[in-house]
Design a protein around this ligand. Structure first.
Ligand code: CA
Length: 200
């Protein structure tokens, strides 16, 4: 009787061990992780490990980005899409078309597509900088704008330059930029920055 009771006790103990092994208790941290280990926990401003939120660059609605216009021709200098994210200001899509090493008399011809014909007020958003000069801008064969002096002590966005109110057929159009000369007392060669053209 004692022997069978002992055997029964052994069986019970074995079953208990099997149950314990088969159903391990979940660690408390799995139920309530500390906030710093929970990847879904919202970051708090005073959390030193919080990553900087990724900010999409500002994009002006409907803008024909200067850095995206096709360069059809240029008689001097060179162009590139310049990253403007590190400058004080808000360039559309953080980039501009930079025409540099231009001299008086040089021209830069760009092209852009108008998706649907209509009467538009055309505006150019340009930049100013210490080594920028004076330019006129014209759409297709129209009268050029007044000369704009893009010299400034710092790199910054200029006021909108109006290029006129006009009927534009759908399809390809040209923007002709002519270098008039350097800012008075400014350097030669000189440059220009085009953030975007807006049809509105
Ligand atoms: Ca731009």
């Amino acid at each position: 009787m004692r022997a069978s009771a002992t055997a029964a006790g052994l069986v019970l103990a074995t079953v208990a061990v099997i149950l314990m092994v088969g159903c391990p208790a979940r660690p408390p941290s799995a139920e309530t992780p500390p906030a710093s280990e929970d990847e879904f926990a919202p970051a708090t401003p005073d959390d030193p490990d919080a990553e900087e939120p990724k900010i999409e660059p500002l994009a002006v609605a409907g803008a024909l980005e200067g850095e995206g216009l096709r360069v059809v021709a240029k008689t001097g200098g060179d162009t590139l899409a310049a990253d403007m994210a590190d400058w004080e200001g808000a360039w559309s899509r953080d980039q501009q078309l930079w025409w540099f090493d231009a001299e008086a008399g040089d021209t830069l011809t760009l092209s852009f597509d108008v998706p649907s014909g209509g009467r538009y007020e055309v505006v150019a958003k340009l930049s100013e900088a210490p080594d920028y000069g004076r330019f006129t801008l014209a759409i297709d064969d129209r009268e050029p704008s007044e000369a704009v002096d893009l010299h400034a002590e710092t790199v910054q966005l200029a006021e909108d330059v109006p290029l006129g109110r006009m009927w534009l057929e759908p399809g390809e159009h040209r923007l002709l930029i002519a270098a008039i000369g350097p800012h008075e007392g400014g350097p030669t060669p000189f440059g220009l920055g085009l953030d975007y053209v807006l049809l509105r």
